[in-house]
Design a protein around this ligand. Sequence first.
Ligand code: NQM
Length: 353
Amino acid sequence: MRGGTSKGAYFLAGDLPAEPAARDELLLRIMGSPDARQIDGLGGAHPLTSKVAVVSPSADPHADVDYLFLQVAVDRPEVSDRQNCGNIFAGIGPFAVERGLVAAGERETVVRIRMVNSGDYATATFPTPGGRVDYTGDAEISGVPGTAAPVVIEFPPGASALLPTGHVRDEIDGVQVTCVDNGMPTVLMAATALKVTGYESPEDLEEDTELAARLRAIRLKAGRLMGLGDVSETTVPKLTLLAPPRHGGAVTTRTFIPVRCHTSIGVLGAASVAAGLRIDRGVGADLARLDPGCDRVRIEHPTGFLDIESSLGTDAEGRPSARRTAVVRTARKIFDGTVFPRAAAAQPLGGPR
Ligand code: NQM
């Protein structure tokens, strides 16, 4: 399914091995990893198209289904459950109806989803005229050609601290950063602090080896400050370079996930950016143009913009905390069938070939 601006393989948990190592080994074979082209599997040779959702009925009284997100690395034999994915989330409700995990409403269906990676909850509302998922509609998702039916996603405040380092700003390698987690641990920085404008194309930014080295060093230190430990092998935190908006939005972004530069922006990544912009004295506060009376934040990215509703409050200790986050995405069923995984390797993956 396409979920927002990403694409992934959606599975019923019962169709995969329950044991994580066996499941991950199978998923590598299904997606065609490790291989930069993923030529022998379903993966699309980019982190945004090498994603997996595992869905099951939920035993949690607050949820209808459980959604486990797995990032399958493209050119390394790795599957990670360390991050969540709001784009792939957009397909979970429709998938749950298609697979009979949730009964469809006559006009629309609301599915309560527990995000297993974080333990947080969210709801997805989408049209089901006559009790069937209708993927057609007029919602646009910039970064994807055409239009589709809206999937309205509401994220109540999650369990993690909005400012995981405990500070509004930290300085890492001489660069002012604001580390924020409103669903996706993200390090915000002014693009100019890294000697780029923030308006470059993802390709140009990816070719800048000096920038890559600085970002890697900052990310490793930020990971420790954010309580994530050694993040050298994980996909979080993400890094977002900020610049003033150019197209009437609140801010321009270039997001590293964490090595490749996102062609747009992740949903939870955008939720973290939007919340970060509202934090007084944060690195985004000087750059962003926010409408103080309005929850909607338009985040510009390399292929358009993402509108997200975000409001903050304060917690019992007076620290900023997320109050509400909502976004409209779309999803589409592309293919439904049986996948034939590559045969298991005689040698362990990553070993001599
Ligand atoms: O932040 C890419 C994507 C994502 C994540 C990434 C996402 C999110 O666009 O919620 O959707 O940051 O790895 O699929």
